[in-house]
Design a protein around this ligand. Structure first.
Ligand code: FMN
Length: 223
């Protein structure tokens, strides 16, 4: 098991997985770690659905079909253009560098589409966790923050144990499909998914690391 500092620094979004599945016991250990996450008034709003094997193959197929047809059905709206000001250069740079790491330039629309499509292939991950939460109206923002805590613990646990994962908003675009395929009540809303498994350490895309703003840019200290 990796120590804390190594784990935090080693974690990154894995965009190519090996086909080798994790064992049920290994997945359970990660879920054991993740359930220790903090949540507002200890509500633990996470309802997590972990999908592997034939069920994942079926789900992937249906998501790919919807993706190809351009039929999105998210529970929560997402508008990238709202992230303007200091945030816009960050996401623009991320896209540019991530596409470049895949050998695709800005004007290569076919290449970009192929990379976006990798999301629908779950980056070949043998497992995916779907993170649902109850629809609690005005409290949704608090619940979503709790869900983020859960996701990060899940991801760090994977890394510390020699596995890897990637949080995926892309998967939330197909909330209805996931609910239908897994028989989940419409009372639960899909925030995001996490594809996970063994990282393919030799894959060029897994050498890519996105940048971070400095502590001085993001933290204000008072005395
Ligand atoms: C909630 C959330 C959703 C994300 N959705 C996607 C996604 O759908 N596809 C993808 O390739 N990366 C996705 N990412 C990964 C981010 O691009 C990545 O976390 C960010 O660039 C920082 O890089 P790192 O995770 O490698 O440190 C998502 C990250 C988060 C936290």
């Amino acid at each position: 098991m990796l120590d804390f500092e190594t784990t935090v620094r080693a974690r990154h979004s894995v965009r190519q997985f090996l086909p080798t599945p994790m064992t049920n016991a290994q997945i359970r250990e990660v879920a054991e770690d993740a359930r220790r996450s903090p949540s507002s008034t200890n509500t633990q709003p996470w309802s997590v659905h972990i999908v592997s094997g034939e069920t994942l193959a079926r789900l992937k197929k249906r998501i790919m079909e919807k993706f190809e047809q351009g039929e999105l059905c998210p529970d929560f709206a997402y508008d990238q253009s709202k992230f303007d000001g200091i945030y816009e250069p960050r996401w623009r740079e991320f896209y540019k560098e991530m596409f470049a790491a895949n050998g695709v330039t800005r004007d290569d629309s076919e290449g970009r589409k192929k990379i976006t499509r990798r999301n629908a292939e779950f980056y070949d991950a043998p497992h995916a966790a779907f993170l649902f939460m109850p629809d609690v109206g005005d409290g949704n923002v608090n619940a979503a923050s709790d869900m983020g805590m859960y996701s990060q613990t899940f991801l760090l646990s994977l890394t510390a144990r020699g596995f890897g994962g990637i949080p995926m908003l892309f998967l939330a675009m197909f909330a209805d499909v996931v609910r239908e395929e897994l028989g989940i009540s419409p009372d639960f809303k899909l925030l995001h998914g996490i594809a996970f498994g063994y990282p393919d350490k030799d894959a060029p895309i897994n050498q890519f690391r996105s940048k971070r703003a400095s502590v001085d840019e993001t933290v204000t200290f008072y005395e």
